[in-house]
Design a protein around this ligand. Structure first.
Ligand code: WT7
Length: 644
């Protein structure tokens, strides 16, 4: 197969070139302790570590630790240590929903805001190890709140503002948060999002919550519950500008982030302090070849891991200037990203394939009428990028000048694992290319047999890296079962992958019951349980289907209770219902009323067949002879829906 290759351009003398990249990877696997000991100098340690990597993926000795006896503080690494050299440099450029609605915080200002915020947390009784849930828009205060938690050793759990009150409540209950931090409302694409009202609904079912701290964003009218709810601006009145950083063990929890799995209950992925911070610090520096003074923009929301690692922690630990965007790429028009890039002088843009595809459809003119001369590097994350979108991004957005880093990773991995280095790696559109130092991928077949050379199989990682997750909050057993039991001794990613004859990795997508909608992970089981919770629904099965913009869309098969008639109104009602239960991202793109679902004689739903029908690949449904009632398949094929 002949793929087009884009040779790596030359970087600066500090850039990692091909020879250095290869040597670093080799050293990282041959002498991991020596390698990470040196790399760890990127951070400021309060107490140096003596131990480096200490891990085993095998059940008998299962453990994942790194730098375990070292002591450090994340906020001190992200802010304090830059004050002397770059106190007056912009740390955060906030760009609001309306173009030009901006605010800049220097490192000195961020230090003051973070310390003051931390003092408010203390005054509310939040202490080391306590959990704090954040339900916020992309405002600078959100970064200050995250850093304030790390300042005092509290564990933050950020819930994306698009999640429903129910989803929020589940995530608060799972980790028993003591405090919820929200804004009055969010603003996205000219619309208001009732964050505080959602918190009120959620917290009614969360006995662990003592206080709700509310940030004024829009000034919209919100209800405040006496004794429980507190305005941040009032709480800040009279607090001090200084707060000493709490010394934290490298293995102390840093944050919890909930993500979807193949069962209905979201998983609380736990990251710890030292290994995570080193991983995002190093990968930010290496993958983006970040240069002092550059303006870096990652469009992700802090509600997802990309926002944690590459809007806040990675950039700030490197003393970079990071843009926080509180809007959407198509508001007020399809030129928003490019207009903003020119206005702010952005050098590095990191965004999702779904955004690229959506903007590509609107035509080149939206892009080319803006200069984009400041851009040096482009990145993508979250889902496979189709070569057509890749070449458009390269040719039209980057004007053919800017390398593209297609970065593969997961909430669980903490940061980027497979990615080009822009001045070392020749690019092939659609491939995340090669593993970074410390990353040892392996492809296996369904039985776990290791596949060598050019091959396609399930993607595993054979050894730990500093930034990997340490456990699932409150369920260490589920952690082991989910990731380490399918292929004993290996971490299984849930992704399918092809390795070509040059050793390049091509992620083909999830092979489990997780679908990737616009770069966001959605468990099919979660959508199914939302659907069956509706009084008129007897049974539901959800699968992914190809979607031109979202990558994958959600296709739902719904069996109604007897006596209930299918109708367009009911279809609309069910889609609204799912929005209300989980959030807009979970709303089915296609919903088919199914008189029956294809099941084996033992009652197991044959998802393989449902996927084929959703993909409109009905010519190859395979063996249906084991079905209890093969005729249901004909009905499903005949009544397949396109959209709606
Ligand atoms: C899943 C992880 C990585 C942060 C955002 C999503 C898919 C991610 C790529 C890529 C192909 C990708 C995988 C992965 N994915 N990046 N560059 N190419 N697929 O984090 O929600 O934890 O989802 O996103 O399927 O398993 P997440």
């Amino acid at each position: 197969m002949s793929d087009s290759v884009y040779p790596a351009p030359a970087g600066t003398e500090n850039s990692i070139d091909a020879a250095r990249a290869a040597a670093a990877w080799q050293r990282s696997v041959e002498d991991p302790d020596g390698y990470w000991r040196e790399e760890a100098r990127r951070l400021d340690w309060i107490e140096p570590f003596t131990q480096v990597k200490d891990s085993s993926f095998h059940e008998a000795a299962f453990r994942i630790r790194c730098f375990a006896d070292g002591v450090l503080n994340v906020s001190a690494n992200c802010v304090d240590r830059h004050l002397e050299t770059r106190g007056d440099q912009s740390a955060i450029i906030w760009e609001g929903d309306q173009p030009g609605e901006t605010k800049t915080l220097t490192y000195r200002e961020l230090h003051r805001d973070m310390c003051r915020f931390a003092n408010v947390l203390k005054s509310l009784g939040v202490a080391k190890g306590d959990r704090v849930t954040l339900y916020l828009p992309m405002i600078a205060e959100a970064a200050a709140a995250m850093l304030a938690c790390t300042r005092i050793g509290a564990i933050h759990s950020i819930v994306f503002g698009g999640f429903s009150p129910d989803s929020l409540a589940n995530r608060i209950q799972d980790c028993d948060s003591k405090l919820v931090i929200c804004a009055d409302e969010g603003c996205r694409g000219g619309k208001r999002i009732p964050l505080k009202a959602n918190v009120d609904k959620a917290v009614a079912h969360c006995p662990s919550v003592e206080h709700v701290l509310v940030i004024r964003r829009t000034g919209g009218n919100v209800a405040m519950t006496e004794g429980r709810d507190i305005w941040l601006h009032e709480a800040l009145d009279g607090v001090g500008d200084e707060c000493a950083p709490e010394p934290m063990s490298a293995e102390d929890p840093l944050f919890i982030l909930y993500t979807s799995g193949s069962t209905g209950k979201p998983k609380g992925v736990l990251h710890t302090t030292g290994g995570y911070l080193l991983w995002v610090t190093k990968t930010f520096s290496d993958v983006f070849d970040y240069r002092d003074g550059e303006i870096y923009w990652c469009t992700a929301d802090i509600g997802w891991v990309t926002g944690h690692s590459y809007v806040v922690y990675g950039p700030l630990a490197n003393g970079a200037t990071t843009v926080m965007f509180d809007g959407v790429p198509n508001y007020p028009d399809h030129g928003r990203l490019w207009e903003t890039i020119d206005r702010l002088g952005v050098n590095i843009l990191y965004t999702a394939p779904t955004a690229i595809r959506a903007l590509m459809r609107e035509g080149d003119d939206w892009v080319t009428r803006h200069d984009r001369g400041s851009l040096r590097l482009l990145g993508t994350v979250g889902e496979p990028i189709n070569p057509e979108a890749w070449t458009w991004y390269h040719r039209v957005v980057g004007g053919g000048r800017c390398p593209i880093v297609d970065t593969w990773w997961q909430t669980e991995t903490g940061g980027i694992l497979i990615s080009p280095l822009p001045y070392a790696t020749d690019l092939k559109p659609g491939s995340a290319t090669k593993p970074l130092p410390g990353v040892q991928p392996q492809l296996v077949d369904a039985e776990g047999k290791v596949l060598d050379g050019a091959a396609e199989g399930n993607l595993c990682l054979t050894d730990s890296w500093p930034g990997m997750m340490r456990t699932l909050w409150g369920d260490h057993d589920r952690f082991f079962q989910t990731y380490f039991s399918t292929y004993p001794g290996k971490y299984f990613t849930g992704d399918g992958c092809r390795r070509d004859e040059d050793g390049y990795y091509w992620i083909t997508g999830r092979v489990d019951d997780v679908i990737n909608v616009s770069g966001h992970r959605m468990g099919t089981a979660e959508v199914e349980s939302a659907l069956v919770a509706h009084a008129k629904v007897a049974e539901a099965a959800v699968v992914g289907m190809p979607h031109e913009v979202k990558g994958q869309g959600i296709y739902a098969y719904v069996t109604l209770n007897s006596g209930v008639e299918p109708s367009e109104d009911l279809r609309t009602e069910l889609r609204q219902w799912v929005r209300g239960e989980i959030g807009p991202i979970a709303s089915p793109d296609a919903l088919q009323f199914a008189p029956g679902l294809p099941k084996t004689r033992s009652g197991k739903i044959m998802r393989r067949i449902l996927r084929k029908i959703a993909e409109n690949d009905t010519g190859s449904l395979g063996d249906t002879s084991t079905l209890a009632d093969p005729s249901v398949v004909d009905t499903l094929v005949a009544e397949r829906v396109e959209h709606g």
